[in-house]
Structure formats: C-alpha cells, structure tokens
Write a protein that binds this ligand. Structure first.
Ligand code: SF4
Length: 478
C-alpha cells in the first residue's frame, strides 16, 4: 500500500468522549473495514492468474515490502453459540493431521512465488482455534514456515497467536514462546459463569488467569484479551465484575467486540434465546462502563473495539501515525504484503485481495491439482485505492490532512470527494467531526462512530452484492 507523507497531527492524544445519546441516534449497520472494498465485494472472476500477476508486479516494482503471514487453523473442539467465524467443530484430531499435509503444500507454493522477497516481519495464527493443533504439530508447522520464509528476529518481528485457554496448559504456553511466538491473544468473552453457560463456552476463571500468568512468565511481549458485550444474560453488573477481573489480570491489550445477533446468517446463534439478549440501551450502558473503567485503569482507546496500555506497540504506533488496519484488526506493520494460507484465508497482495476456498473439500481438491486454492478476490481500481487510504487514515488516526493527501495523490480532495464531504456535514452538525480547509478531524465523541464516518466514503454501500446479488447484511456499528 502506498504510504502517505507525514503530517503533524492536530490533536495527537485527544481522549474519547462517550455520548450515549449521540451513539444511539447515529449508530446503524455497517462494515468493520478490516478491508476496503469489503469482502462481500470479492468476485469469483478473480482467479489464480490474477494473483500471480499481482506478485509479478510486486517483483518488477522492486519488492520492497516485507511480508505479513497469516495461517488459518479452522478447527474447534466445541461450538460457542455466538460465533460467526469460519470454523469446523470436531473432536476428531486426525482432521488436523490431514489439513496440515495440504496446508504445508500451500505454504510451499507461496514460498516459491515469493522467493527472494520473503522477509516475514509479521506472523499471525488465527482460527478457529490454532491451539487445536498439538504441541508437536505446531512445532513442526512453525519449523516448516521458518524453512520456507525468512523471518526477522524476535526483537523486530510481531509473531502472534490466538489461543483458547481451554486447550492449553502453562507448559504449552511456554512451548509456544519457544516456538517463536511473541504475542498472544486469549479468547475470554466473559468471566460470568451464567453468561458462559448461555453461550456454551464454559471457561473457568482460574484457567484463564493461569494462562495469562504463564504467558507473562514465558516473556510474551504483548498479552491480549478478547471480550464481548451484548451476550445473553450479560448485565451492567456482570460486566462490571468481569472488567474488575480483566483489569486485575493486567493484559497489555483488550478488545471488546459487540455481539451481533444475526441468527438468519449464523445458524449457531439460533441456539441463543432472543429474550436473554440485553436491550440496545443495556448494551450502550455496558459499553459506556467498559470505556470508563478501562480508561480510568490507564488504557488508551486505539479505535473500533481496541484498548491498549500507553506503552504497548499499538498505542505507540498510533501516536507516531504508523497504525494500520488489516484483516486481523489494528496492526503496527503498514505496507506489508499479506500472504494468507489455509481454508477461507484472505490475502492482500499489491492492489488485490484474494480469498481461498471456504470448504475443506474444495481447498484440498485445488491443492491436489497443484493450484493455489484461490476462489475469489478483487483487483482494486484507482478509486478503490484512494478510498481505502481515506478509510485507513480515519480508522487509525482519526484525522486526515487533505493537503498531505493531495501531495500523495493527483486529485483535488474537495472536488473528488465533494459528495462525501456533503454527507459528512450532517455529522459535523452532530459534533462527530470537524471539516476545515486542510483537515478532517474526528472529534473525541465521534471516535466511537468512526465506522459511520468511513461509510460516507464507501462507494459500494447499498449496491447489490457482486456474488449473490443481494444486499450484504452488516452488524450494527455499536
Ligand atoms: S468463538 Fe472461537 S473457539 Fe468458539 S467456535 Fe468460534 S472460533 Fe471456535
């Protein structure tokens, strides 16, 4: 991705301001912008040849960008009812053995393509549950990756893994560190036993705390906890108790996701009783409480659902204007080519996005034919690239210097985005952002609604979906 010249920030460390009334008024359904255009715009017309062409273009352009590797492990031992991820629920471990045989072949194909430009600065294992793999399987896979690509040192690189504390013991966490992971993210969601029962994710508090302590002993550079608000049986009181426990556990990063109840899209959510889900007002109260408790405890609001300690790499990157957003959320490594392996995994290489086959059957078939298992994707147009940059800047920095933008791109910002600026005037009246000759600045109370502001720049919203010719359904922004 093209990088922007630096501009001195107008409000380098403006705090957030939680305005429930405004949020209630403005919030609506919208994308999370881990990519722009969003994944529902990918087309089956994009195939392996397009991906190969994108890699060839990178090569001919000097291949200066490092790589960010994403590895998808789709298996989980049991179903969490709220889950909307691409996962396969199974207790049959042999499925992982078979999967790894194919995954390594895909890694080999990608490694051959990127030979000579394969410096990996960032690695992320996501799922599903990466720790569904045994310690030996994980060690073997990491060894294979390190043989196939050239990894930067532990001090320079960000090598992260999502873990389910129910699947690991302290020894396993030490082993993950020894295998080269230096950042760890724990799925918690809520400490309350009743909430855990209602979503079929029984995870004793002691187990989670033991995993955090082990990660600290093992010297992970960043420990992150994922929570969800809006789950069945959650109340402001239960959330308050959970927050006290989370703050006491002292993680470096905390993500608090909004539970989007969309049973028409995600079958497992039909197992959640509608009348146990908190009301919109209760959800707002919970979010407000999270913001207050976490900022009082010294965490910085990064954006969307993320909080971090002021000395964590994410907060530092944000202060220095280096924060980036990709399929895993916020990241410190802007400008990397994202190469993703595994069923349903999405890559972002050059000016393209590409997604692998979503079913294991098709994924295996393609690899058996010696093909990269790409099922769909998108070549970004110049207009997509411009809008992607605007959305990135607003999501990561909460401000954009139109002058600097014009230095980087051959457009007049106010002419090119005249219609969008017109739409933003309404938000300006509501106090979500300010617009002057040189800057778009999201105000402290607009920061929670930055998704809504970005939606003004999304050319595809409201258009029929390219694949199913239906309107994509997004979750509410809060
Ligand atoms: S929430 Fe995580 S562990 Fe639970 S089913 Fe979804 S991917 Fe698996």
């Amino acid at each position: 991705m093209k990088t922007m010249p630096a501009a001195e920030s107008k409000y380098p460390s403006t705090p957030i301001q939680f305005d429930s009334e405004l949020i209630g008024k403005v919030t609506q359904q919208g994308p999370r912008y881990t990519s722009y255009p969003t994944a529902d715009r990918f087309s089956a017309n994009f195939q392996m040849g397009d991906y190969l062409q994108a890699v060839a273009q990178i090569k001919s352009g000097g291949a200066r960008n490092p790589l960010s590797l994403y590895i998808h492990i789709p298996f989980c031992q049991s179903l969490c009812y709220y889950c909307g991820c691409n996962k396969i629920i199974t207790k049959n471990h042999s499925k992982a053995e078979t999967y790894l045989v194919y995954l390594k072949q895909e890694v080999d194909m990608q490694a051959a393509l990127f030979a000579g430009m394969n410096r990996v600065e960032q690695l992320h294992f996501g799922g599903g549950t990466p720790t569904f793999l045994s310690d030996e399987e994980m060690g073997d896979l990491v060894k294979h990756l390190r043989k196939s690509f050239s990894f930067v040192s532990d001090a320079e690189g960000e090598f992260s893994i999502e873990i389910d504390p129910r699947t690991v013991d302290p020894a396993r966490i030490h082993s993950l560190r020894a295998q080269g992971f230096n950042r760890i993210s724990l799925g918690v969601q809520d400490f309350d036993p009743e909430v855990q029962k209602a979503v079929n994710r029984i995870q004793p508090e002691a187990l989670t705390i033991r995993a955090i302590e082990a990660a600290r002993e093992a010297d992970f550079k960043s420990i992150s906890i994922d929570l969800i608000y809006g789950l069945p049986k959650q109340t402001v009181m239960t959330m308050s108790t959970t927050l006290s426990k989370v703050i006491a556990a002292d993680p470096d990063r905390i993500s608090i996701y909004n539970y989007a109840h969309m049973p028409h899209l995600f079958k497992s959510q039909r197992l959640i009783a509608d009348d146990e889900i908190p009301s919109a007002q209760a959800k707002l109260d919970m979010l407000s409480l999270c913001v207050r408790r976490l900022t009082d405890a010294g965490y910085v609001y990064i954006g969307m659902d993320h909080f971090a300690k002021p000395n964590d790499a994410l907060a530092v990157a944000q202060r220095q204007g280096r924060l980036h957003r990709n399929f895993q959320g916020y990241s410190t490594h802007a400008g990397a080519e994202m190469v993703s392996c595994g069923v349903s995994a999405i890559s972002a290489v050059g000016s393209t996005y590409s997604q692998n086959e979503k079913s294991l059957e098709h994924y295996y078939e393609r690899i058996e034919r010696g093909e990269l298992p790409i099922a769909r994707g998108l070549k970004l147009t110049n207009d997509d690239l411009l809008r992607r940059m605007v959305i990135q800047m607003l999501m990561c920095n909460f401000e954009l210097s139109t002058k600097v933008f014009e230095l980087a791109y051959p457009i007049s910002f106010s002419t090119y985005f005249a219609r969008e600026l017109e739409k933003l005037r309404e938000f300006e009246v509501d106090g979500l952002l300010s617009i002057d000759e040189d800057w778009l600045t999201v105000t402290p109370k607009g920061r929670f609604l930055v998704r809504n502001i970005c939606m003004a720049f999304d050319r595809y919203l409201g258009m029929p979906n390219l694949i199913k010719l239906e309107r994509m359904q997004y979750s509410r922004t809060i």
